[in-house]
Design a protein around this ligand. Structure first.
Ligand SMILES: Cc1cc2nc3c(=O)[nH]c(=O)nc-3n(C[C@H](O)[C@H](O)[C@H](O)COP(=O)(O)OP(=O)(O)OC[C@H]3O[C@@H](n4cnc5c(N)ncnc54)[C@H](O)[C@@H]3O)c2cc1C
Length: 418
């Protein structure tokens, strides 16, 4: 059994964990990343909003990701519910808020692969591709000069499957929705499920998407086609569970026809190009984002249904906020109580408002009742007619003014603040 000591140990090598490891190592903290980096190719893509792109630029990894990502210049919402208060189609165009694109869409597995390469090239960052078995017990918590073991000068332990133990001033739990670290820290969760599943895949199509992401709101959930490089798009089709399973069981040609029909032939004929995934629609929130010398990031801290491209963008905001909290006081100790309290405060409102927004949108679609239809229809009417309101919503959705972490600010703003 060997013990090794780091400033920061990140557990979980998904996109959030890889980013956290890069962010801390680039600040000069000795950092270990625990876990194998392997993301299934299941048709899942992530639309990285402007702040996330700025963050990857700041980490020096965006140039490696960009060639495999497609810009999202227009976000189109189409009411396909056949309700009485049918809303107009609303186009949100990035140039209206002085952006070239709201964000960039990339396969999750590609993103993980590029981040893993960057991790391998970063000095001061040790990647240990071994599973963690959880937090060390209290007897494994080392706190020089303190009995309780979790004091300001303390370190916390992580046990690995190979029998070794790592010690760190800060442990970043990025081990995903079923996090063992979160459980070991006694952090309570609340989970909920929607009567829906999401079918994901990648399609090639006849017509150009012209950088337009189209979201059709159907009575069973949103059906979304998001641009990828070339004449390709990723599909997230949220629908009733039995329909999602039936669609997933179709052969490629029949599935392509079903997608073309649902998309009203917007992109012409289609061909299924990638593997498929079927994802249950669930949500999870946590009672706390921190414990002694432990911070939760990404899906360890919040799970959303895949609506509105929020999940990983919020996960990256967790990472960037944690980095800000750890470096803000010029402290040598990234897991100090003051840093973790600042992180806890930064997450509470941000995560709650995003969770509620996604939940409300999904539930108004599912409700199928007149007041909900009326409110959604009226809201979209207002957005289509009132430019300033539309621009305000776009700005707050893509580049929020309040609480934007340092590395998520646009390049010019970062330069001024440094
Ligand atoms: C269909 C779909 C579409 C989506 N679209 C978008 C989008 O457009 N935009 C967006 O922002 N988000 C989107 N999301 C959400 C996004 O995919 C997730 O938020 C993101 O992938 C979560 O990353 P993560 O690193 O937090 O978690 P994960 O990817 O789950 O990573 C957790 C990692 O921890 C590892 N791990 C687990 N246990 C251990 C252990 N004991 N020891 C070591 N390692 C361990 C796992 O192997 C894994 O590598 C979408 C999600 C879905 C399902």
């Amino acid at each position: 059994m060997t013990d090794r000591t780091f400033d920061v140990v990140v557990v979980g090598a998904g996109a959030a964990g890889l980013s956290a490891a890069l962010a801390f190592a680039r600040e000069g903290f000795s950092t270990a990343l625990v876990g194998e980096a392997r993301a299934a190719r299941d048709g899942r893509t992530v639309a990285l909003l402007d702040g996330s792109v700025s963050f990857f630029e700041a980490l020096g990894v965006w140039d490696a990701i960009a060639p495999e990502a497609a810009p999202l210049e227009t976000m189109r919402l189409v009411d396909a519910t056949d309700n009485l208060f049918r809303a107009p189609t609303v186009d949100f165009k990035a140039p209206e808020i002085d952006l070239d694109a709201f964000g960039w869409n990339v396969e999750n597995a590609t993103l993980v692969a590029r981040l893993t390469e960057a991790v391998g090239e970063t000095p001061g960052l040790t990647h240990i591709p071994v599973a963690s078995e959880g937090l060390g017990g209290t007897q494994e918590v080392i706190a020089p000069g303190e009995e309780a073991g979790l004091g300001e000068s303390g370190r916390r332990a992580v046990r690995l499957a190979d029998g070794s133990v790592l010690l760190a001033s800060l442990i970043v739990a990025a081990d995903g929705r079923g996090s063992k670290l979160r459980e070991d820290a006694g952090i309570r969760t609340r989970t909920w499920a929607y009567p829906q599943k999401a079918l994901t895949t990648i399609l090639a199509h006849e017509r150009d998407h012209r950088d337009v992401s189209s979201e059709f709101h159907t009575r069973h959930g949103p059906f979304t086609l998001v641009p990828l490089p070339g004449r390709r798009s990723s599909l997230v089709w949220v629908t009733a569970p039995e329909k999602a399973e039936a669609l997933a069981a179709l052969d490629d040609a029949a599935l392509a026809r079903a997608v073309e029909r649902q998309a009203r032939s917007l992109l012409g004929g289609m061909r299924v190009e990638g593997p498929r995934g079927v994802v249950p629609m669930t949500g999870m929130s946590v009672a706390r984002y921190t414990a002694d010398r432990l911070a939760l990031v990404g899906e360890t801290a919040h799970v959303f249904p895949p609506i509105g491209a929020q999940g990983l963008n919020l996960g990256l905001r967790d990472v960037a906020s944690l980095r800000d909290a750890a470096v803000a006081r010029g402290t040598e100790d990234p897991g100090a109580r003051a840093a973790l309290s600042a992180y806890e405060r930064s997450r509470a409102l941000d995560v709650r408002t995003r969770t509620m927004g996604v939940d409300m949108l999904n539930r108004t679609l599912l409700a199928g009742i007149l007041p909900a239809d009326f409110l959604r229809g009226a809201g979209l009417h207002a957005l289509s007619a009132v430019g300033p309101l539309r621009r305000l919503l776009m700005r707050e959705g893509v580049t929020p003014t309040i609480g934007t972490p340092q590395l998520m600010r646009r390049r010019e703003a970062r330069a001024v603040a440094f």
